[in-house]
Design a protein around this ligand. Structure first.
Ligand code: DPP
Ligand code: ZN
Length: 861
């Protein structure tokens, strides 16, 4: 299997002006005719087109070609003129396509997914992002089976043909790469609205879904309007077509797809209604709708030169959607959630054999690089530009980026250069964030000089799993706090610093940097990396008193949360390394500060919930080399139980205080706190009483958040109530596939000993669908995040067998599940010994996909 390299990039020998596509939907297949105008670009007169559909004919300038070369999914054409029109006919086996890539059927409707390389499953073309063309699409289908026929751009004609056929023509006036092409055909209901842009363009907004779920689409439509308004206000970016369509598909590999004017979404990110969706689902729908909408500028109007540059659009667009959520809801809560997610998912990826730079230098299968690193670390990289340049400077850079590159396919350097030029600064060292893999660590030491009243702090940067890495430009936001809790804005003596409003940002740029602050009356406590100003791990030897000072007095709300996390981590570490963990007695300062926090009426309940949430296994495991999985899971659990027992009365009182009478979305914070507390109570000694609480909450719940909260709380408890509630839930929601996904997920996460058998049996549950991506993610992939039961012989075997099964029809999903094996490299060696034969078994599968081959072979190294 060949590896592709960034350094080998070459422009194509021809470029495309226009492509006219015609789709004739037949009973068992689809005939696709593409008419493409090519023009020479350079000296070569040969052309290689990517494709894997059944090729029926090739016509150049009206003459049928018979001696073409077709091999390895490539059509080679030679001795071409400088300009020519190529007509290609293919037959696409859409109805048997289970890969959810290219043109495929889902529940009788047809959808496309072309990013990154699905277009080649439809026709033969220069299927790469730097070839941009104007698309016109004609769709012909049976009026009863396919009353709705959609494609990109504006609809220019619709007519009825003979034999109950309809023909619809769409024209997209904007040049685009093939990965943004989309087609939808089938039976749908829709809801609509309009949005008038700030320059007065009236845009039709339409959300399509199957008729039975159309009443769950309103939140999606409202979210779209909020996104359009926000992008105008925050970034001065306006929508550019007459219509914006979103169509929901129940079979979809990813979250959603930003096809020009015609987004196709996983139902998971469209449907949201209080009875069936949690508060988190509501926020996620809004965020993903925002994300895909924001791609219209960052991705579509300006796209990527090649797939190595994927983060150019994804990192930037994730940053934009994070800001959208932060502006509409709580900024601190959003930041904490994003950082938790980054630490659990991206730091672990970057500490694993699959570690790669934000801009990878090579790949076998680009589908494997839609990763946490490209997306989430990429978003942190974009956020650092804003931290260094300030919002105004960042917006100037973004404006210059669009001014220079609108309508083009560009690189991460082009983005960096726009930021640098618009602000007249040199950002060349910053580019290392795109090329160096691994999470930087900062070893920090400090010194206070009583005589001079100077405080100095020294940072040594390194990337442990990337020892040859060069020193990077790292913005570290810092504050100093005195023993009385006073936050001071220090008088800084170095050049490499930014002082703005209440913020001091130190710009680290060497292997070791020292910063000196003058006029400090006593040895202060440093509040380092405020707001998580860079995606790094800091090591500073805080003593206990300092952590409590930060947790109580830091002006930066993120770092108050962070200090509590450090307090919990210290305690978990004490349990983990204790000779007799059974005799563990909790440090009373912990229960005291949690008690204070819960009593503090000035703190938002959502933030309280996050503040008492302990760090997750995945996040902690990377700081325990050769992790003893059971011991670490047990240590976290022990701390949780100790908190529950130490504060039982108060937890119960606060639980009751946060119950709400009738559902209001704005009470989401209260629900989050209440459900977190229920989880705690369930881990305490008074199980009988807690089970009653769970049962009552489940019974009285008028929303999905509280039902799931009750089920999660009891999910690890071996009680008949757990079974009753799960059964009840399965009956009530049998007809709601997305709700059943939650049910499958809960069971695959359970810490009860029958989990493996149960998960294996659930594959045959009537509500399960062995070919549906959401189902596979919710049961099979979710199981790889169950530390206790996945990391067993039976657990590894189950996942290996599933990967082999799924690889035969959907390599994209199989690859995503295969990612689950990568974290084992960091665990005790017995786990590696156990998993090895399973990985070898996968490698031995006949016709193993590139997707799985790449991931497993790298994991085995
Ligand atoms: N480009 C999509 C997204 O992240 C993924 N296919 O929005
Ligand atoms: Zn995206």
């Amino acid at each position: 299997i060949a590896t592709k390299y960034l350094k080998d990039y070459q422009a194509t020998s021809y470029l495309v002006d226009t492509i006219d596509l015609k789709f004739e939907i037949k009973d068992t297949f689809v005939i696709v005719t593409s008419k493409t105008k090519y023009q020479q670009n350079g000296a070569s007169n040969s052309l290689e087109l990517a494709g894997s559909a059944e090729l029926k004919s090739v016509i150049i300038d009206g003459n049928e070609l018979t001696d073409y070369k077709l091999a390895d999914d490539k059509l080679s054409l030679n001795n071409l003129s400088a300009n020519f029109t190529l007509e290609i006919v293919t037959h696409v086996d859409a109805f048997n396509n289970k890969s959810c890539m290219g043109l495929y059927a889902s529940n009788g409707n047809l959808f496309t997914q072309c990013e990154p390389e699905g277009f080649r499953k439809i026709t033969y073309y220069l299927d790469r992002p730097d070839v941009m063309a104007k698309f016109t699409t004609t769709i012909i289908g049976d009026k009863d089976l396919y009353p709705v026929l959609l494609s990109n751009g504006n609809k220019i004609s619709e007519k009825t043909l003979a034999n109950n056929q309809i023909e619809v023509i769409w024209e997209d006036p904007y040049k685009k790469p093939s990965y943004l092409f989309a087609l939808v055909a089938g039976k749908f209901a829709f809801i609509d609205d309009t949005f008038t842009t700030k320059s007065g363009r009236k845009v039709k907004l339409e959300v399509y879904s199957e008729a039975e779920s159309i009443n769950q689409c309103q939140h999606c439509l409202e979210s779209l309007k909020r996104a359009m308004e926000w992008d105008e206000k925050r970034f001065n970016l306006e929508y550019d077509l007459d219509v914006y369509m979103i169509v929901a598909s129940g079979d979809f590999n990813m979250g959603a797809m930003e096809n020009k004017g015609l987004n196709i979404f996983n139902t998971k990110y469209v449907l949201a209604e209080t009875k069936t969706a949690t508060d988190t689902d509501f926020i996620n729908v809004e965020a993903v709708v925002g994300h895909e909408y924001f791609h219209n500028w960052t991705g579509n109007r300006v796209t990527c030169r090649d797939w190595f540059q994927l983060s150019l659009k994804e990192g930037l667009t994730v940053f934009r959607d994070q800001e959208f959520t932060a502006d509409l809801h709580s900024r601190t809560v959003k930041r904490i959630q994003d950082v938790k997610n980054l630490r659990q998912m991206q730091f672990t990826e970057d500490a694993s054999p699959l570690s790669h730079p934000v801009r990878p230098e090579s790949y076998m299968e680009i589908n494997n690089f839609y990763t946490m690193t490209v997306y989430e670390k990429g978003a942190e990289v974009v956020r650092m530009y804003q931290t260094i340049l300030d919002k105004e400077g960042f917006n100037r850079g973004l404006a210059l980026y669009f001014e220079r590159h609108d309508g083009y396919a560009v690189t991460c350097e082009d983005f960096c250069k726009a930021m640098a030029d618009a602000n007249k600064i040199d950002l060349s060292q910053f580019m290392l964030w795109y090329s160096q893999s691994g999470t930087p660590h900062l070893a920090i030491s400090d010194h206070y000089n009583e005589a001079t009243k100077e405080y100095s702090i020294t940072f040594k940067q390194s990337i442990p799993n990337n020892p040859t890495a060069k020193a990077m430009l790292i913005p570290v936001s810092i504050g100093l706090i005195l023993d009385n809790g006073k936050n001071i804005i220090p008088d800084i003596k170095n050049h490499n610093t930014i002082v703005r409003d209440n913020e001091v940002i130190l710009l680290l740029n060497e292997a070791e940097n020292t910063f000196i602050f003058g006029g400090i009356s006593e040895k202060p406590t440093p509040s380092i990396l405020r707001g998580f100003s860079a995606p790094v791990i800091i090591n500073y030897a805080y003593d206990e008193k300092q952590l409590y000072t930060l947790a109580r007095h830091d002006n930066d709300s993120f770092n108050r949360w962070e200090a509590l996390q450090s307090i919990y981590k210290t305690e978990i570490n004490r349990i983990y390394h204790s000779e007799s963990p059974d005799k563990f007695e909790i440090n009373q300062n912990i229960t005291k500060i949690i008690s204070e926090l819960l009593n503090d009426a000035t703190i938002d309940p959502a933030l309280k919930a996050l503040s008492i949430n302990l760090p997750a296994f995945a996040e902690l495991s990377i700081s325990y080399p050769n992790t003893d999985v059971k011991k670490l899971v047990g240590s976290i659990k022990r701390l949780k139980s100790a908190i529950a027992n130490g504060l039982e009365t108060q937890l119960l009182a606060v639980y009751k205080d946060n119950q709400t009478v009738s559902y209001d979305f704005n009470d989401a914070g209260k629900r989050a706190l209440k459900n977190t507390l229920l989880g705690y109570l369930m881990q305490g000694n008074n199980t009988g009483k807690s089970i009653e609480l769970v049962a009552a909450q489940y019974k009285n719940a008028d929303n999905m958040t509280d039902k799931i909260g009750a089920l999660s709380a009891i999910n690890d408890i071996d009680s008949p109530v757990r079974h009753q509630l799960l059964d009840n839930f399965a009956q009530e929601y049998a007809n709601y596939p997305l709700v059943m996904d939650k049910w499958f997920s809960l069971q695959s996460q359970s810490q009860l000993p029958d989990t493996i058998d149960n998960v294996a049996n659930l594959l045959n549950h009537p509500s399960f669908d062995k070919e549906n991506p959401n189902k596979l993610y919710s049961l099979v992939r979710a199981f790889t995040a169950n530390p206790i039961y996945f990391n067993t012989d039976a657990g590894y075997n189950f996942i290996a067998e599933e990967i082999i099964r799924i690889d035969s029809f959907n390599p994209g999903v199989a690859g995503r599940i295969a990612n689950g094996f990568s974290s084992i490299a960091n665990y005790e060696s017995k786990y590696q010994t156990l998993v090895k034969p399973q990985l070898q078994k996968i490698m031995a599968k006949e016709n193993l996909s590139r997707d799985v081959y790449e991931i497993i072979s790298k994991t085995l190294q």
